[in-house]
Design a protein around this ligand. Sequence first.
Ligand code: PLP
Length: 345
Amino acid sequence: MAQAQLTVDLDAIRANWRALDALSDCETGAVVKANSYGLGADRVAPMLAREGVRRFFTATVEEGAAVRKALGDGPEINVFGGHMAGDAGLIKAAGLTPMLNSIDQMLRHVEALPGHPFGIQLDSGMNRLGMEAEEWAALRELAMKQKPRLIMSHLACADEPNHGMNAHQLRNFREMTDGLDAPRSLSATGGILLGKNYHFDVTRPGIGLYGAMPFRDARRVVSLHIPVIQTREVKTGESVGYGNNFVARSPMKVATISAGYADGLQRALAPKTYLWAGETRCKLLGRISMDLITVDVTAVDTLPDTLELLGPHQSVDQLANHIDTIGYEILTSLGGRYARVYAGA
Ligand SMILES: *Cc1c(COP(=O)(O)O)cnc(C)c1O
């Protein structure tokens, strides 16, 4: 079989949720947008619900409906994107709670689905989603009469604890919400780590559950093993791969493995990335192809059936550092061709 295997450790996700939950005295939700950061919301969300999670968060109502299917009735599913034109049917059928981001969304919601639960998203300074202070001032009396399920905002710089923006947004959020009779939420993973002032009533961790920065103490969640399709001897002066990009300076043994940029392993990773054959570090050679990668396995005595790209030797954050990105982007890029195998439960 040439299909690479992405192993997702559900026990590690559970342990990460517990560890983040233990950092606050309030309710800890779970963000399962983008199919649980690419790892499979149909497996992750039900496991977390059994663990006691009562609020899940998705980006869109379509994602919310998929999570509802996996969860069944009960837990609240909050949708960050709010209530867009055409969403009412799905919001009602799947029992979703849109986070209303503007006066337009508020009017749309109460007109289409009077009495249906909603939450409010406020902009405390990030200027991405949510009502601005003036909008909220105009609307809040009407909105509060209908008992919003949650009032939330989002921090722009929570992964930098000393950034002045954190305190600035905290102040703005307090000014907009102090004294209101509704649960409040400000913090994702980074905000949880900023301390109790930032926790309010509900936290919304995502990346920390999935084992990446800024949650330094997270347990590793993913490993990726890629089958070796073929090996060959390469003579001094011969080249490997597209563009003759790599030329052998001495005789070597090269393995061709079955994953490439169509699986989220961007070409830019090639110069700095290694794979592991057991405990032996093996350099990636030449260019990454759509479906294949070539690897120097000269130093390996007994070649295993698969090489490890993600696992105990290399984390998603290390891979991200090679190409100036973040663990979030590595995780959500891992493509649909991998066999996703779940460990634990
Ligand atoms: C993605 C997202 C989260 C989760 O953020 P992490 O950094 O992954 O913990 C929380 N809230 C909002 C509004 C988000 O968009």
